[in-house]
Design a protein around this ligand. Structure first.
Ligand code: GLP
Length: 255
């Protein structure tokens, strides 16, 4: 379904578990469109229930590592795919199917070395895989998408970035007792906008201000997620707490 005038479709659901039905429907829809679509995943606690659901789909054989090509948004700088705390490590721990895809070469990891040549090669691989057909997204409490922190220009692709203080705090637990990283490699906002379909999830009161800024604030790098209002095929899934600051005119109702 396409939405004109840059307004994402917004649905308020019971919570993260209820959202997995919608997310699975989105994935099935991408698979039904033929070929082997490139599907890009986001990490984070937002997707805990989704990764459990995906893992169960793989385990039961309802989903196979041959069905699609997978990728993801970002990696901590200097992190190898197997390194604890890293994004690929998170994905493969949470969903064994991603590990199987990585071993077969059908999961395209973001190069943690951040070198310009590696990033160009990664972008070329995504492009050879047909470009991202379906992009799952979370949102940072400061309005970031992937690791595009406030102030990041809308126009850039994969790049190395310095993490905001709140982002480092949010990552502290996963690296304890070590310090969280200071830098990451991330898909740019231009990379995210290039996806054919975007599905963003946000749950809990901690995301309410960022969600409100994304949907109702200025379309401006001060809220990186506001760039999604320049895309005409975006679905936003919220729970009531994350939707608390959003005006009724933006909401499509329950599901
Ligand atoms: C991280 C990731 C984002 C993610 C966000 C929210 O920093 N780079 O892609 O959407 O934080 O994480 P969580 O779902 O844990 O709130």
């Amino acid at each position: 379904m396409r939405h004109d005038h840059g307004q994402p479709e917004v649905r308020v659901l019971a919570g993260a578990a209820a959202a997995t039905d919608v997310l699975l429907g989105e994935l099935r829809g991408a698979l039904a469109s033929g070929g082997r679509p490139l599907v890009s995943f986001a990490t984070g606690n937002t997707f805990t229930a989704w990764f459990a659901r995906l893992a169960a789909e793989f385990a039961s054989g309802r989903l196979s590592p041959h069905d699609f090509v997978g990728t993801h948004l970002d990696e901590y700088l200097g992190h190898a795919p197997t390194q604890r705390g890293g994004m690929v490590h998170e994905l493969t721990e949470r969903c064994a199917g991603f590990g199987a895809m990585l071993a077969r070469g059908t999961f395209l990891p973001v190069p943690g070395d951040g070198a310009a040549m590696s990033l160009a090669a990664h972008e070329a691989r995504l492009s050879r895989a047909g470009g991202v057909q379906l992009q799952f997204l979370g949102i940072g409490r400061n309005g970031h998408l992937a690791f595009n922190e406030p102030g990041t220009p809308f126009e850039i692709g994969f790049h190395v970035t310095e993490l905001a203080a709140t982002t480092r705090e949010d990552a502290r637990a996963r690296f304890a007792p070590d310090e969280p990283p200071t830098h990451a490699v991330t898909a740019g906002l231009a990379s995210i906008l290039a996806a054919r379909r975007v599905v963003l999830c946000a749950f809990g009161a901690g995301k309410a201000a960022a969600v409100r800024a994304m949907l109702q604030g200025p379309v401006d790098p001060s809220c990186p997620a506001s760039v999604l209002r320049r895309h005409d095929n975006v679905l936003v899934l919220l729970d009531a707490a994350a939707a608390a600051g959003v005006g009724d005119q933006h909401l499509a109702g329950g599901g």
